[in-house]
Design a protein around this ligand. Structure first.
Ligand SMILES: Nc1ncnc2c1ncn2[C@@H]1O[C@H](COP(=O)(O)OP(=O)(O)OP(=O)(O)O)[C@@H](O)[C@H]1O
Length: 930
């Protein structure tokens, strides 16, 4: 087999080595095959030939979908429908490896299969939400010009076979970027798009008429290159999409403009003045920010520079120094930004049931809806027989129904692993997330299969040695001694960065995952991650982790002093908690990121830190994922510089090692990566065994499993005999093993079983369909034949009269050409004919003419009296017998000529086409009702 045809790496011939895998993939890449399977896992290579795509649902419209991506979606939809279990398509890989690109294609396909396609309101709504969120949540980084800085999980809920609703869960927004984009990187795309796309009038209203990327502090310190035309176009579609979501455009841009202008407000310590005063540089900008946020400028200035302290119950006010004031200003900018994003996500998710506009599952999945009900009823019946109390079984039934119908299909596109210089606390969180996803993959693919083989005494031919990244996750996030927990403690005791680093080094001095980078610096440490080493600069760790805005500042947005409802709404929960008591402000600190109202009721301290919050979100995500069936898509970038179609072996190899591609190929080709409970195995594959040999009772499941496997082995032997001449060199195992509770299957065996199952189901479907079609056609044949004869007779008459020749039969308009795959196989036709005793060579016999006619709901026998609708024959007739128009004639029966009736008139017998004769209901001609 040519390497380019090798679409599953488990069939790689010869010894499985890193070099062989790389060579095969490079050959496929050169032939434009960017997707390759490793059993059920999909490996995607990013060719970078669409850099510059805004990566929204709309911008990926014209991209042809690879069949392998279609398969991933179809599998997820089918499995969700068959089992009722939620499904999660998990995309992983480093930054720039193509996760977002692929997730957009998958989401489009998911709508195509389960959501009624791109014309539904649900799709348009989600597409609009994505366009809005992409601009707000993506930015140019050193490695990716369209890097997602929000991790998201898109949940598509499917109920009763129809898409019920979509939900976007966003995890963690990189806040520091809003106020301090790293060197050569950019702030969030929306700011650049806004500056390029606002009309002069809008710019004036937003006080931005004299500003550009080059004089706005939050933008000018990063990369300032811009494609204005492109940004302006993106801004127009962003604006339109806000409208689709029903979010007032002016409200959002007022906040964004205020953030940009806040960056130009700088507090400096007054020279020679008492330490209690700071001066403002950028009064005009401060006034503009206040007017944009609808608050008095004095109140805003006080909110930024004055802090209330609660000293043993006594409230004391103090003036902050310039440094503190500038930090508060940055906190406000971050809070405004991430709360605006959160509000938009909430708004996008608030669409309730999608009503008539939602699509239904395609025919492939309709069958599955039926299966869901079956699964539910199976749950119910088991519970019903076992449970004693009816209420219990009712609850179980409800649960089962909910379980069967409330599943979702999710697409997870989290941030990719990255190593910017310097790496900050938020990068540590992003890399922890990446580590956690890698651990999830390891557990699902390697750990669970290796451990269950060991538990049930199954020996596999290959020993898979994978790298477990638990030590690294423990180092960062273990409950007491993890770096993040220690950081929380340091924030509580008001420690310093140096003391924090010192404590970390002492605590983890023997941990090989932690290392000291060279040259030695007091504020840095290095971590050996699964995807490489990263040096972190902890200078801002404590402040970033505290993540607070003082209540003095939040209080400014209370509706008493603010006339801009949107800004008040952004701090809604905090304002409610703050003004629930008489004194406000009273020295509280709130989180920069939005906090729920319930969390705020717990006391006067901020409920969590940035890293605790991140942890909680990650935990929630994992809780969702462990209940779902995962479908992994592993993304790999083919070079580090976003060059089109360039396969750099070193870059790919590095990612292969971190993603453990070779280990995965080894396991899939030679191990037992799949296991089924006996009952589940039987339910899925029993159609492969002879029906009569199966016991189909609960206590004989093992016996039935063996029977099925025997049939499978026989089929394998006959296949092998056929293929022996092909002399395949693939080393893929097609073996299985029976354990104590499970049947263990190699990937090769699973693929063969699935192939046989599909072909059996296909053959059976063809048999049923052809049988039914045969029966149906025979039932219609008499009428069909009469019509055809009539048409023939008419044509012949016209031909004889020298008029137009018989027209060629035309295809029925709109009928697609027959699909080759749908053609009945000849063997099947033979089987059907022999089943019904039909002769293959001759058409079915034409049934005799009926001895009655049907009018309305009445059967009327012969003879009948009818009226001539027009003269017959029109040309005078052979014996000069003419039936004039309006003449009453006696019809004695149906003619042997199709479509004609026999009329007795003046001792002559005439065969008259029935359209010449009108049936008149008379007293004498009463028929039988049918
Ligand atoms: N299959 C593909 N074909 C063509 N271009 C692609 C493909 N996949 C990705 N790209 C391009 O590569 C770049 C990086 O892709 P993308 O942003 O999806 O990566 P990512 O893994 O989501 O990165 P991050 O984790 O930083 O968000 C984008 O410019 C995208 O247009």
């Amino acid at each position: 087999m040519a390497p380019t045809d090798l679409d599953d790496l488990i069939h790689l011939p010869g010894p499985l080595t890193e070099d062989a895998v790389l060579r095969a993939l490079q050959a496929r890449f050169a032939a434009n095959h960017h997707y390759t399977n490793i059993g059920p896992i999909l490996l995607s290579l990013n060719p970078f030939n669409d850099v510059g795509n805004p990566l929204t649902l709309s911008s990926t419209r014209g991209i042809p979908l690879n069949p392998k991506l279609v398969r991933v979606v179809q599998d997820a939809v089918r499995q969700q429908s068959e089992t009722g279990y939620p499904q999660a398509i998990i995309l992983s890989g480093g930054s720039g490896s193509g996760k977002t690109y692929t997730s957009m294609l998958l989401l489009r396909q998911l709508f195509h299969v389960a959501g009624g396609g791109p014309e539904t309101d649900a799709f348009k709504h989600l597409a609009a939400a994505f366009t809005v969120l992409r601009s707000l949540g993506s930015a140019k980084t050193n490695t990716n010009a369209e890097s997602s800085r929000i991790g998201h999980f898109i949940e598509v809920q499917v109920t009763d076979g129809a898409l019920y609703r979509t939900k976007i869960h966003c995890y963690f927004l990189n806040q520091t970027r809003v106020v301090r984009p790293a060197k050569n990187e950019k702030n969030y795309h929306i700011f650049y798009q806004m500056l390029a796309g606002l009309s002069p009038d809008e710019r004036m209203k937003l006080n931005l008429d004299n500003y550009s990327i080059h004089n706005l502090n939050y933008l000018r310190h990063g990369d300032t290159c811009q494609d204005e035309a492109e940004d302006a176009a993106r801004f127009q579609s962003w604006k339109a999409c806000l409208g689709v979501l029903g979010i007032p455009f002016m409200d959002v841009v007022r906040v964004l403009a205020a953030i940009l202008l806040l960056g130009n407000v700088t507090f400096v310590d007054k020279q020679g003045a008492p330490a209690t005063e700071v001066a403002v540089e950028g009064d005009a900008e401060l006034a503009a920010v206040a007017s944009l946020l609808g608050v008095p400028v004095g109140a805003l200035c006080r909110g930024l520079t004055i802090r209330t302290h609660n000293v043993r119950g006594q409230l004391i006010k103090s003036v902050c120094d310039a440094n503190m004031s500038n930090m508060t200003r940055d906190s406000l900018a971050k809070a405004l930004y991430c709360r605006t994003v959160a509000t938009i996500v909430r708004r996008a998710n608030s669409l309730k049931r999608l009503g008539s506009t939602s699509g239904t599952l395609s025919s492939d999945s309709n069958e599955s809806v039926h299966n869901q009900a079956e699964v539910a009823s199976q749950h119910a019946s088991t519970v019903g027989t076992a449970g004693s109390k009816s209420s219990k079984s009712m609850a179980a039934l409800n649960n089962a129904v909910r379980h069967a119908t409330d599943g979702f299909i999710g697409i997870l596109d989290m941030f990719g692993f990255e190593d910017p210089q310097p790496s900050q606390l938020e990068h540590l969180c992003i890399n922890l997330c990446s580590e956690t996803m890698q651990h999830f993959y390891n557990t699902h693919i390697f750990k669970s299969s290796i451990e269950s083989c060991r538990e049930e005494g199954i020996r596999s031919d290959v020993e898979v040695d994978y790298l477990d990244n638990v030590p690294c996750i423990d180092l960062v996030s273990s409950l007491r001694t993890g770096l993040l927990s220690m950081l929380d403690v340091e924030c509580t005791v008001r420690g310093t960065v140096e003391s924090y680093i010192q404590k970390v080094k002492v605590q983890h001095k023997s941990n090989s995952r932690l290392y000291e980078p060279r040259p030695l610096e007091a504020r840095t440490f290095g971590i050996h991650h699964y995807a490489g080493r990263v040096v972190y600069d902890a200078s801002d760790f404590l402040d970033t982790n505290r993540d607070v805005v003082p209540d003095d500042l939040v209080a400014v947005f209370h509706k008493h002093s603010s006339n801009f409802g949107f800004a008040t709404h952004l701090f809604g929960s905090e304002l409610k908690a703050l003004f629930a008591r008489d004194t406000a402000p009273r020295g509280l600190s709130f989180r920069i990121s939005p906090t729920s109202h319930t969390d705020l009721q717990n006391g006067d301290e901020p409920v969590s830190t940035l890293t605790q919050d991140f942890h909680t979100r990650l935990d929630n995500l994992l809780r969702t994922l462990v209940h779902a069936k995962p479908h992994f898509v592993r993304c790999v970038r083919t070079n580090w510089c976003e060059a089109v179609a360039q396969f750099e072996r070193a870059a790919v190899m590095q990612q292969f090692r971190s993603l453990q591609v070779l280990e995965t190929v080894n396991l899939m080709a030679g191990g037992f990566p799949h296991r089924f409970r006996f009952k589940v195995f039987n339910a899925r594959y029993r159609l492969l065994a002879p029906f009569k040999r199966l016991r189909r009772s609960d206590d004989r499941v093992l016996e039935d499993s063996h029977t099925i496997l025997q049939s499978f082995a026989l089929a394998q032997q006959s296949d092998q005999a056929k293929e022996s001449s092909a002399c395949s060199t693939s080393s893929v195992s097609t073996s299985w093993a029976t354990g104590k509770r499970h049947i263990f299957l190699s990937e090769g065996a699973r693929q063969q079983l699935e192939e046989m199952r599909n072909s059996k189901r296909h053959d059976s479907a063809v048999l049923i369909q052809s049988t039914w079609r045969g029966w149906h056609l025979r039932m219609r044949w008499p009428a069909l034949r009469r019509t055809l004869e009539m048409q023939l007779a008419n044509c012949v008459t016209k031909n004889n009269a020298g008029t137009a020749s018989r027209p060629r039969p035309q295809p029925i308009a709109g009928t697609p050409p027959p699909d080759a795959a749908e053609k009945c196989d000849h063997k099947m036709i033979q089987q059907t004919c022999s089943l019904f005793g039909l002769d293959l060579e001759r058409p079915p016999p034409v049934p005799p003419s009926r001895s009655y006619t049907v009018t309305g709901n009445t059967k009327l026998g012969y003879p009948q009296t009818r009226l001539m609708k027009m003269a017959f024959p029109e040309d005078g007739g052979v014996d000069n017998v003419v039936l004039p128009k309006g003449e009453s004639v006696v019809v004695v029966g149906a003619s042997h000529r199709r479509g004609h009736l026999v009329v007795e008139h003046s001792n002559c017998t005439l065969h008259v086409p029935f359209q010449y004769l009108e049936l008149k209901a008379t007293q004498q001609q009463r028929g039988v009702s049918i």
